[in-house]
Design a protein around this ligand. Structure first.
Ligand code: UGA
Length: 432
């Protein structure tokens, strides 16, 4: 099928690459010229494992193209997938201005058969609103499909090619069936719903996962208070299929470009529809609190931080990404420097992005060794493989004091105990 994709962010680019991989003819459109120039050279603007190979392979096979030209991308497309950003607006609601602009752009190029697919995360009712907007411009009924995505940064390609489910929301049977056909080579279960239900599935899923994380973080705090071990508790809970093992990792709160914004947007939708949804308010409040837990432990241990060198391992909001949006490292770095610490951070890929947000208030090291050299304590903020596979004893030997605050529970108890002289403060389990 001939497919155009609007927006080459995480979602648009991963979708484009994967749809070309399963045999479709894909043209990705973006207004950012520099991005398109790079992509045409096979250079991905984002760090995403597996993406670069598929990108170059499918471009070379002539199945994947990048352009800033609307007629080139849209004029002959059978399917137009909209994957532009819907950032958080000032009132917590999703800002739909990119989507509205994209819809106006589309209107000039479509015909009666073109199917418009909204993949951007949009509040319930947006598909209907966009349909009306486009119809007002083009003057004939258009075929719309809501097709939210569930890919995670860091595993976007796998999550797309081996998705748990595909949601197709449409009031138009023919359009739904064509989109089902588009995905058929993936051999993934398809659930067809109304447009509004599809829109709701996306927010309800993200808010549920965020709530699951806040729940286990509260259990972690309780475990610390009573002397239990949250990792054992999560393992014991997760074996119950009704609960599930995933997203029960306690830590320093959820971040990224999706959970924080989507939970707030759902709460906003609830509010404007007269539903209070106090559970979501608590999910947010617990997450805000959890971001401070590690710093509180550091302060409790040291009293003040003036003259202390603190090494921060990890800056990205999670491993396998260079994304710094809503990363817990941002408030943690701000708090440590506020209390007078000298912070030296290391991240395998997110340093450049971190510098743009955190600035020069902290130092950036080129290696773990450099970050921990003569440090009074190490804070583990992102559970990168490189961090989890550190030789802890060797690292401690390079530090001024053998103190670790582990926000991601990266090391088994035996590893820490084998180090001899060490102070280890994990999340939701007894300190060593
Ligand atoms: C999330 C969802 O997992 C995807 O299904 C969804 O498609 C995506 O948002 C989106 O809406 O676009 P993502 O934000 O890339 O994906 O990352 P996750 O792996 O879900 O992690 C989110 C945050 O939760 C991270 O800060 C992570 O450290 C934290 N987390 C995750 C925990 O603290 N504990 C866990 O057990 C799992």
């Amino acid at each position: 099928m001939k497919i155009a994709i609007l927006g080459t962010g995480y979602v648009g680019l991963s979708t484009g690459v994967c749809l070309s991989q399963i045999g479709h003819q894909v043209t990705c459109l973006d207004i950012n010229e520099q991005k398109i120039v790079q992509l045409r050279k096979g250079i991905s603007p984002i760090y995403e494992p597996g993406l670069d190979d598929l990108l170059t392979m499918n471009m070379a096979a002539g199945k994947l193209k990048f352009t800033t030209s609307q007629p080139e991308a849209l004029a002959n497309a059978e399917i137009i997938i909209v994957a532009v950003g819907t950032p958080q607006g000032d009132d917590g609601a999703a800002d739909l201005s990119y989507l509205v602009q994209a819809s106006k752009d589309i209107s000039s190029y479509i015909n009666h058969d073109t199917i418009i697919v909204i993949k951007s995360t949009v509040p319930v009712g947006t598909n209907d609103f966009i349909k009306k907007l486009i119809e007002d411009y083009c003057g004939f009924p258009v075929k719309m499909v809501s097709n939210p995505e569930f890919l995670r940064q860091g595993s976007a390609i796998d999550d797309t090619l081996k998705a748990d489910r595909i949601i197709i929301g449409s009031e138009n049977e023919e359009a739904a069936s064509k989109i089902q056909k588009m995905y058929r080579p993936l051999n993934v279960e398809v659930i067809i719903t109304s447009t509004k239900s599809a829109e709701m599935i996306k927010y309800a899923s993200n808010a549920f996962l965020a709530t699951k994380i806040s729940y286990i973080n509260e259990i972690a705090n309780l475990c610390e208070a009573v002397g239990a071990d949250v990792q054992d508790v999560a393992r014991g809970m997760g074996k119950d299929k009704r609960i599930g093992e995933e997203f029960l990792y306690a830590g320093i709160g959820y971040g990224g470009s999706c959970f924080p914004k989507d939970v707030k947007a759902l709460l906003h939708t609830a509010g404007v529809n007269g539903v209070k949804f106090p559970l979501l308010k608590e999910t947010i409040a617990i997450n805000d609190f959890q971001r401070e837990v590690l710093v509180a432990k550091v302060l409790k241990r040291f009293g003040g931080l003036k003259g202390k060198k603190i090494a921060m391992l990890g800056l990205a909001f999670k491993p396998e990404t260079d994304d710094m949006r809503e990363a817990p490292s941002i408030p943690i770095a701000a708090a440590l420097t506020k209390y007078g610490a000298e912070v030296v951070a290391y991240d395998p890929v997110a340093t450049d992005n971190a510098r743009k947000i955190i600035g020069d208030s902290i130092k950036y090291a080129g290696s773990i060794d450099e970050a921990v050299h003569e440090a009074d304590a190490v804070l583990i903020v992102t559970e990168w493989k490189e961090v989890k596979s550190i030789d802890v004893a060797e690292m401690l030997a390079k530090m001024k004091e053998p103190i670790i605050f582990d926000g991601r529970n990266c090391f088994p108890e035996e590893t820490i105990r084998a180090c001899g002289s060490v102070e280890y403060y994990p999340i939701g389990k007894p300190a060593i």
